[in-house]
Design a protein around this ligand. Structure first.
Ligand code: TXA
Ligand code: MG
Length: 335
């Protein structure tokens, strides 16, 4: 069911969970001070309790009621409202379930007029993980949310999300260095240009220690996704599609039926959308690719038995696109 802003505010105050649009992806929102409502989020998503939630506010002054902000951290507020999440040392009033027991709580000011209006009206942080069942692709339209939860979660329709990938998550180490916990629109290179030293997060991140093939499939479609190096895009352009598929399946010794319906997630000079091609961006524009990525994947998983996708240029938001593709992929040829 679609609801308007004032109904959403009323439902949130009653302790209910509501799906809300942001500029990144749709979120499943509840007031952080209502522990029962927060528990509902974990239940609805089937999310493990050790995975903390991001809290959304309309102004830094709201954060200050719930966490400690160091003066040097305020420089980063230039990027708000926007797709950046910052970890702050939490105050006791933040329930442990929100941070999964961590002393740090994640906050961001989302850049979406609908969400900002809701946040102003409740004037409390709203915890909102992406509005998808655990390990599924994040939703970028109200329809994707309704489909995932079979119409059981009310959603405020704010149109298609303009960024299309989840926010960048950072943690300050001190006034001049920080860690990037999750890449998004803002990348390590971006923060380096701002003058920060990037402290590697890899060593502490269990996900990254495992071999790439064992990466937890955090963003996975329900059918196998094959991720190929960019150069295969040119090869595909110059080949017969069936021949390309046969060669690839043999090369990878993949257990995919020869008659399986296979779709190509491409970009650049390909048909926009025809039988097998889903073109993310005709000009290979990285922002446009990011915007279309999750909705195309969701459409394709309903239509095909497997997806063949291609890495994008590893720069800017392309780094985050490749990160999500890698996590979605069952098979990879990155060289
Ligand atoms: O763009 C976004 O960030 C979207 C929209 C709805 O705002 N939200 C989102 O939330 O992607 P979620 O829950 O799907 O992802 C939150 C990420 C997870 O990787 C989580 O581990 C990390 O942020 N995170 C949240 N709180 C944290 C904390 N206290 N310490 C470390 N990581 C944290
Ligand atoms: Mg998520």
């Amino acid at each position: 069911m679609k609801i308007d802003i004032s109904t959403a505010v009323r439902e949130l105050k009653k302790g209910n969970v509501v799906a809300i649009p942001t500029e990144t992806v749709y979120g499943l929102g509840a007031l952080i001070t209502n522990i029962d409502a927060i528990k509902k989020i974990y239940e609805i998503k089937k999310r493990p309790l050790n995975n903390p939630l991001i809290c959304h506010v309309h102004h830094p002054s709201v954060i200050e009621r719930y966490a400690y902000i160091e003066d040097y951290q305020r420089k980063m507020f230039e990027l708000w409202p926007g797709p950046l999440t910052i970890l702050f040392k939490k105050k006791d009033i933040v329930p442990d379930i929100v941070t999964a027991g961590s002393q740090y709580c994640a906050f961001r000011i989302p850049d979406h007029p609908v969400f900002l209006e809701i946040l102003k009206q409740v004037d409390e942080p709203i915890a909102a993980p992406s509005a998808n069942p655990f390990a599924k692709i994040s939703p970028v339209t109200a329809e994707m949310v309704l489909d995932y939860f079979e119409n059981t979660i009310p959603v405020v329709d704010g149109g298609r999300c303009k960024v299309g990938l989840e926010s960048t998550v950072i943690k300050f180490i001190d006034h001049q260095s920080l860690q990037v916990l999750r890449p998004g629109k803002y990348t390590k290179e971006f923060f380096e240009k701002m003058g920060y030293r990037i402290v590697d997060y890899k060593n502490q991140n269990l996900d990254r220690l495992l071999s790439p093939g064992l990466l937890p499939k955090h963003y996975s479609p329900s059918i196998p996704l094959i991720l190929l190096n960019k150069k295969y895009l040119q090869i595909l352009k110059e080949s017969d599609v069936d021949l390309f598929i046969n060669k690839l399946l043999n090369q990878l010794s993949l257990n995919i039926d020869k008659n399986a319906k296979i779709g190509f997630l491409v970009y650049g000079d390909f048909p926009t959308k025809d039988k097998v091609f889903y073109n993310l961006s005709k000009n290979a524009n990285l922002e446009e690719i990011a915007q279309n990525l999750f909705s195309f994947l969701k459409e394709m998983e309903q239509k095909f038995d497997a997806i063949i996708s291609f890495k994008v240029e590893d720069q800017g938001i392309g780094i985050a696109i490749n990160d999500r593709l890698r996590r979605a992929a069952e098979f990879k040829i990155e060289e």
